[in-house]
Design a protein around this ligand. Structure first.
Ligand SMILES: Cc1ncc(COP(=O)(O)O)c(C=O)c1O
Length: 404
């Protein structure tokens, strides 16, 4: 069992209070989690002790090289990847997607096909859908009103011309966890690239890229207690065969092949520390096993708070939830709700009066919100559970909601 009060001591921003002395409640984790002291210190220590560019002969440059190596190593263990050379660093997930799509545009041919979903964040749709400009046919997997993807629809759309399937592991709008293993198994019989967006999945569940057998996986560390930084996993051998946009003077091989310019070394030190922060909540003889155990503990805590919040909200007169219930453990602790009469912006404004942070709208998962028929109503109010949330905070939130 996790000791949440002890965990909360790691996060200085949990101490923020409003003018009435009410402590802040962060239910905005799906938009970015708070950052623990160890990560803040790693970022600031970088500037104090190691600030430099890479590959120089002097001390700070050597330290930067070491930090960059460790970051790739830790992120590769975090994803269950083959080695550190399968991890490329970028600005954020969206920018890495655009870099990848420029490379795909040079190898995909007219009349090739790709598959995206109606459920995904636009960062895992827009870049790939822009391949339409090259004569590539775009297929969309349908979103069912339950909040699940229509897997039959997927099976009807995959064919010999499919070159890319881009799938989110979990929805940042509805909390659905997609059956990426099922899709991966089907893709074993096809030549298509299998690309996963892990941004909403990574804070809540352990990832194992080797087990999933994906070709690419995109992630962002600010959703799992780290700084604003994106990273890409590419299965060994694949990136080296892509014609990425890059300067002739830079390293031409994986993982550097898709990286451009000087990276945010301080943020890399922070992302590396964020992975260690998560691993601290687990036991085991090595880093990966610790992570595995930590996610089990984190998952238990988050699932229990989220199901409590979900059930309580469904007992309120004015609110209802959108999306799947919490019967399955394969459900991210992200709950979208709608008020009978008031729009989501109004609800979030009211919650903020109680010092509760929540987002309203479509959160860039615009297509999903449209498909659920909620676009014209201003989308939904989204409440996300993170490691630092408590039962007491859920009770305060229910009390606040029941007054709206
Ligand atoms: C599921 C999902 N995918 C992709 C993104 C985009 O990530 P980034 O901000 O790193 O570009 C987000 C951001 O909210 C997200 O929630």
């Amino acid at each position: 069992m996790l000791n949440i009060n002890k965990i909360r001591n790691h996060f200085p921003s949990l101490e923020i209070k409003n003018s009435r002395g009410e402590k802040i409640i962060y239910l905005d984790g799906p938009g970015g989690t708070q950052v623990p002291n160890s990560v803040i210190n790693a970022i600031s220590n970088y500037y104090k002790t190691s600030n430099s560019n890479t590959h120089g002969s002097f001390i700070t440059s050597n330290r930067t090289d070491k930090i960059m190596d460790e970051t790739r190593e830790n992120l590769s263990i975090f994803l269950g990847a083959q080695n550190k050379n399968s991890i490329s660093i970028g600005h954020n997930m969206t920018t890495l997607s655009f870099s990848l799509v420029r490379a795909f545009s040079k190898i995909f041919k007219k009349n090739d096909e790709i598959i995206v979903t109606q459920l995904d964040h636009e960062a895992n749709r827009g870049p790939w859908m822009s391949l339409k400009n090259y004569g590539i046919k775009i297929n969309e997997i349908k979103l069912l009103k339950s909040g699940k993807l229509d897997y039959k629809d997927f099976e009807s759309k995959i064919n010999d011309k499919t070159r890319l399937v881009a799938l989110g592991m979990s929805s940042n709008a509805l909390g659905t966890v997609n059956d990426f293993k099922k899709i991966g198994n089907i893709l074993k019989n096809h030549k298509s690239f299998f690309l996963l967006d892990a941004v909403h999945y990574a804070p809540h569940f352990l990832i194992d890229v080797k087990d999933i057998n994906c070709d690419f996986l995109l992630c962002s560390s600010y959703k799992f207690y780290g700084p604003h930084l994106g990273f890409l996993y590419a299965k060994p051998g694949i990136l080296d065969n892509l014609n990425t946009d890059r300067l002739i003077v830079q390293d031409q091989i994986s993982p550097y092949r898709i990286e451009t310019g000087t990276l945010n070394h301080a943020a890399c030190a922070g992302a590396s520390e964020a992975v260690k922060f998560i691993a601290n909540f687990g036991k085991g003889e090595n880093f990966r096993i610790k992570l595995k155990n930590a996610y089990k503990n984190i998952g238990k805590h988050e699932h229990s708070l989220a199901s409590m919040l979900f059930n309580e909200i469904n007992g309120l007169n004015n609110f209802k939830t959108v999306g799947l219930n919490f019967d399955s453990k394969q459900r991210a602790p992200t709950i979208s709700i709608i008020h009978k009469k008031k729009d989501p912006k109004y609800v979030c404004n009211k919650l903020s009066e109680f010092n509760i942070c929540a987002w309203d709208g479509h959160f860039y998962a615009k297509r999903a919100i449209e498909c659920m028929g909620l676009e014209k109503k201003g989308g939904v109010t989204r409440l996300g559970i993170s490691i630092y949330n408590t039962k007491d905070e859920i009770e305060r939130t229910i009390k606040a909601l029941s007054s709206i």
